[in-house]
Write a protein that binds this ligand. Structure first.
Ligand SMILES: C[S@@+](CC[C@H](N)C(=O)[O-])C[C@H]1O[C@@H](n2cnc3c(N)ncnc32)[C@H](O)[C@@H]1O
Length: 433
């Protein structure tokens, strides 16, 4: 007899175990989804994303309900109960179904001796309702260190940031300017019965009222639009592109911003797109192919210019550095579990190192746009301040824009439940000698 496939909740518990062990949802969810019939995949996805989003609150409740923590070898059952609590607190699923299916999943995880515990914990959770959250980390469902850092960095804004992190992000599109105007595409969406509105700041952006699968978007496969958050789209305008320029996208994968800049200016001399990740770089080519765009792709550590640079300086450089991604927690709630406080100082070192290296290959008269999807000043305006202190030939440009908060050395956007992600941008120019 063949092995029984694992029930959905047991799969969800295993995915959460993998996240706890350091894998991102985008790494460990697809293989689990592949084990399910197409109909069940959105349910597994919602369970995993939702449980990560509310992990710290649910964990607080679960620990309060257990007499003692489960043994390490029973950790999957701990996660199974978190998934069930997520459903009891945040879904419409009937509680008897949550209880029965969780007990069944516990058996499928080969832990029949724990079915009584699962049943007892979930029954009392159902009967007693959600407890009052003991502290802010539980209430806002964030790791303690992230909460404390946000309170410290943004004493007037931290609550708003945390609430936005827990909200569902909207689906936002970027219309390919080479194919359609934004108004033309809004009309196509209207004809397809998809309710949408133009974004406030990104000129080619459209925000959908409800997310839809991309294959419902008119002409998606033919490159009419891409899915890209509004804040990410703002990089193009800051680059001040013009025909004939040689442009570098130094940290390019998966290529959202590379494609956006190519769509915006069709007569650039060359666009060089670099990424150090061999796994991620092919995604840039896939996006270029779908949109029928061209760039020179190189897998390299951008900071190690000796290994890849041909000696011809760039007119424009986009430096979208690796960062804590704390501005996009709402889209990647696993960041709450994956990121550590101790990551931030090394990241800041990498960011400043990349900025120094990219500055050395920028043409005099050229422009560099520094970007992160972080809300920590340490990775944002403080990097720019540190850089300006050591580079007396760098000039900070104040872009003429309506969005974000002026930090004196770049602009900070906070995640907004009604629109864009959290991002940071700074624009630097190298004066002609
Ligand atoms: C924020 S993501 C870039 C997102 C991309 N610009 C977009 O809009 O689609 C940062 C990227 O930097 C890459 N990266 C990290 N360190 C790098 C380095 N030293 N050189 C080049 N790429 C690097 C990572 O692999 C990752 O793909």
């Amino acid at each position: 007899m063949g092995q029984q496939p694992l029930p959905l909740r047991a799969l969800a518990a295993n995915v959460l175990m993998a996240v706890e062990n350091g894998q991102s949802l985008s790494q460990c969810l697809p293989p689990a989804l592949a084990k399910l019939p197409a109909n069940d995949r959105p349910v597994l996805q919602a369970l995993c994303y939702g449980t990560c989003r509310w992990y710290h609150r649910l964990e607080g409740e679960l620990l309060g309900r257990l007499k003692k923590p489960l043994r390490k070898t029973d950790r999957a059952v701990h996660h199974l109960m978190l998934v069930a609590l997520f459903q009891l607190r945040f879904s419409q699923q009937a509680s008897y179904a949550v209880l029965n299916e969780s007990v069944e999943a516990c058996r499928a995880l080969n832990k029949p001796h724990l079915t009584g515990l699962v049943n007892g914990v979930l029954r009392s959770a159902e009967r007693e309702g959600a407890p009052e959250s003991a502290d802010d980390a539980c209430r806002f469902s964030h790791p303690e260190w992230m909460l404390e850092k946000l309170k410290h960095n943004w004493p007037d804004d931290w609550q708003q940031i945390l609430e936005a992190n827990n909200a569902q992000a909207p689906m936002t599109l970027r219309v390919n300017a080479r194919r359609f105007t934004r108004d033309q595409y809004l009309l196509l969406l209207d004809e397809a019965g998809i309710v949408a509105r133009p974004t406030a700041y990104a000129p080619m952006g459209i925000q959908l009222e409800h997310p839809v699968p991309v294959d419902r978007l008119p002409w998606f496969a033919d490159g009419a639009v891409s899915v890209q958050d509004e804040a990410a789209q703002l990089s193009t305008g800051l680059l001040d592109l013009a025909p004939g320029q040689r442009v570098l996208d130094a940290c390019a994968a998966p290529g959202g911003k590379t494609c956006a800049l190519l769509e915006a200016c069709s007569e650039l001399e060359e666009v060089v797109a670099i990424d150090e990740s061999a796994d991620r770089l092919p995604r840039v080519q896939e996006n270029l192919d779908r949109l029928d765009l061209d760039a020179t792709l190189t897998q390299a550590d951008a900071a190690d210019t000796d290994s890849w640079w041909d000696g011809e300086a760039f007119d424009r450089i986009l430096l979208d550095v690796p960062c804590s991604a704390t501005g996009v927690v709402r889209r990647h709630p696993d960041i709450k579990l994956l990121r550590r406080e101790s990551d931030i100082v090394p990241l800041a070192g990498i960011q400043l190192g990349l900025l120094d290296a990219m500055w050395s290959i920028l043409k005099p008269g050229g422009r560099l746009v520094y970007a992160t999807c972080s809300v920590f000043p340490q990775e944002n305006h403080r990097i720019i301040q540190r850089f300006l202190k050591q580079q007396d030939n760098a000039r900070l440009v104040e872009p003429d824009v309506q969005w974000g908060r002026d930090m004196g050395a770049g602009r900070q956007l906070f995640p907004d439940p009604d629109s864009h992600d959290g991002f940071f941008y700074a624009v630097l120019e190298k004066p002609e000698p």
